[in-house]
Write a protein that binds this ligand. Sequence first.
Ligand SMILES: Cc1cc2nc3c(=O)[nH]c(=O)nc-3n(C[C@H](O)[C@H](O)[C@H](O)COP(=O)(O)O)c2cc1C
Length: 261
Amino acid sequence: MPREQPNETLRVLDNRSSLRGYHSRSLTEDHKDWIIHSAMRAPTAGNMMHYSIIEVSDQEKKDRLVETCDNQPFIAKAPLVLLFLADMQRWYDYFEHADVPEFCESKGMEYVTPQESDLLLACCDALIAAQNAVIAAESLGIGSCYIGDIMENIETHREMFSLPRWVFPISLVCFGYRTEREEERPQSSRFPREFVYFEDEYSHVDSKAFEKMLGEHFGKTDGFSGGTQNIGQAIYWRKTGSDFAAEMRRSVKVALEDWSE
Ligand SMILES: Cc1cc2nc3c(=O)[nH]c(=O)nc-3n(C[C@H](O)[C@H](O)[C@H](O)COP(=O)(O)O)c2cc1C
């Protein structure tokens, strides 16, 4: 039975689903402006805004992203494509400009360049901003889809967008108005709450409970391929053990090494 949706914000959150087929109509300037503004109103660690957003408007770049992000053709057709970057470069540049290294030396303090902790914090900032953009868009009747594959092919993406050392592309998000066909698509399911939401301490899923956890969740998969015999094997085959996941592992390792060496 559908839940009661007590206000407009909860209705938007409850009804959202990813959109991969977009109306060809461009977004109005006002709608785009609200999406960016809402992203920038997101909470940010220490109010330091460790993120940047690049709008990908060049069609050649969108076409290229289709290939570099694991062949997802809908990227090229999205009227608005935003690249969310974890960004420590801006603060690092400013620290240099503001003579922070000299200040540290005068105080006998170590001057530290961005570390792994800064990368994680910057990723938090960038993703929280991205999700604000997604929800703002949804409230305006604009659907969206994250593209995690932007973490692949780091060398190519750095070159395409002139990304410096302490900037990491954590997510790409495509936006566009819904077509009538897309409006009819059913929402995807979720695991039952008991497997995700715990009180006071972490809880492993009991081996007898996996079936219940999966329930209908992957019930509509395209069957088992590659000799797989259950959902665990099928998901590993299609996702974790796939070529695109291997490329993501390689690419992120390169980025991490460059970030912290
Ligand atoms: C970090 C992240 C990366 C994602 N990457 C992709 C992607 O590369 N391609 C895609 O079609 N969907 C991608 N998605 C969308 C998910 O597939 C989608 O959120 C999930 O299937 C649940 O469906 P829903 O958003 O409609 O509820 C991504 C979502 C997240 C949060």
